[in-house]
Write a protein that binds this ligand. Structure first.
Ligand code: NAD
Length: 336
């Protein structure tokens, strides 16, 4: 079977890392017809639009996309492609696992947690206006329906992965109406999943606890802004954005992406680490039902990282992007 997947190569290091990820997937035996799609600064310069409608339509059709990092032009009028994609395709769940990797320097070992972030509401609803000159209001939208579907996603994920606990992160002590609704809805949904433990934690305390003892957390579910911040914090616990994957999932489409930026300082030099995008791609393979190939790729990647002989510069090695990828491909046939 040949799958069709949209490819948003992205800007900066995007084309280099997407190229090697495609080669690794091809070497695993999964056949994918990649549909090239424009997005980001390069698309803006070429078509005058950072997210052409054709790209959105293609993702709607194939239901799947792999996305490299996109440069965001500063200044007004250039909408965030990441936010636009999430809203247009209703990719309501951002799934961000943070797992320690042997061979990757990090503040902690044996961390294994998942941040589930609501991706379409909260302060990122894009509802901002000037009340009077010098006073601006941003609306933080929380709906019962939006809270319910993200809570259900968190519990379904916990069940699927055999995880024990879901923790709702909130600020309901101050934001009594909005986060009160989010917390109450999560607690109600929890009743449908009696095999998964449920508790909650106020966001500021959660940040402190994650830094002091991340092992106490399992699956964490939260609204958009808290999720944006704490998912990066979780990445930092296990080695940073260069080694953590991300998936944006909705009822009709899913977009998998590395969450680091375009790394303009090393772009075009064959120096970038493709690990984050590769782990996002294995998340995509599992989503497609290709779990066996995903497992083989991850086992090979983890072995290369643990050996420490062929690492990219960000991991204190001297290997190029392509040498790192070749080392992974070299192991694919020998792992079960
Ligand atoms: P960045 O993540 O691009 O770079 C920060 C540092 O991390 C740099 O030193 C870079 O070399 C290094 N780095 C990042 N990814 C790496 C990789 N895979 N391998 C090795 N080193 C890596 O962050 P920035 O400089 O703040 O942003 C640059 C551009 O990226 C901006 O235009 C920004 O808008 C965009 N950006 C896009 C996304 C996205 O599309 N998801 C996310 C963040 C930033």
């Amino acid at each position: 079977m040949t799958y069709q997947v949209c490819l948003l190569s992205g800007d900066g290091i995007g084309p280099e890392i997407t190229n090697v990820v495609r080669e690794i997937i091809a070497a695993s035996g999964v056949e994918i017809e990649w549909i090239p799609c424009s997005a980001g600064l390069s698309s803006f310069e070429k078509h005058g639009d950072p997210l052409p409608q054709e790209t959105v339509d293609n993702i709607r059709r194939t239901k799947l996309a792999l996305k490299g990092p996109l440069a965001t032009a500063s200044g007004k009028g250039f909408r965030s492609v990441n936010v636009a994609l999430r809203k247009e395709l209703q990719l309501y769940a951002n799934y961000r696992p943070a797992k320690s990797l042997q061979g990757v320097p990090a503040p902690f070992q044996d961390v294994d947690l998942v941040v589930v972030r609501e991706n379409t509401e909260g302060l990122y609803s894009g509802l901002e206006h000037t009340v009077v000159p010098g006073v601006v209001e941003s609306l933080r939208v929380v709906t019962e329906a939006g809270s319910r579907r993200i809570a259900q996603f968190a519990f379904e994920t916990a069940q699927k992965l055999g995880r024990k606990k879901v923790t709702c992160i909130h600020k309901a002590n101050i934001l009594k109406l909005s986060d009160g609704l989010f917390l109450d809805t999560c607690a109600l949904v929890a009743k449908d999943y009696p095999d998964v433990e449920f508790d909650d934690c106020i966001v500021d305390a959660a940040a402190m606890k994650m830094v002091m003892n991340p092992h106490q957390f399992d699956v964490l579910v939260m609204e958009n802004l808290f999720g944006d911040i704490l998912s990066d914090l979780a990445s930092g616990l296990v080695g940073g954005l260069g080694v953590t994957p991300s998936g944006n999932l909705g009822a009709d489409a899913a977009v998998f992406e590395a969450v680091h930026g375009t790394a303009p300082d090393i772009a075009g030099k064959n120096l970038a680490n493709p690990t984050a995008l590769l782990l996002s791609a294995t998340m995509m393979l599992r989503h497609m039902g290709e779990g066996e190939a995903a497992q083989r790729i991850e086992t090979s990647l983890f072995a290369v990282l643990a050996e420490g002989k062929t690492l990219t510069g960000d991991l204190k090695g001297t290997a190029s992007t392509t040498e790192f990828a070749e080392a992974i491909i070299g192991k694919l046939d020998s792992v079960a």
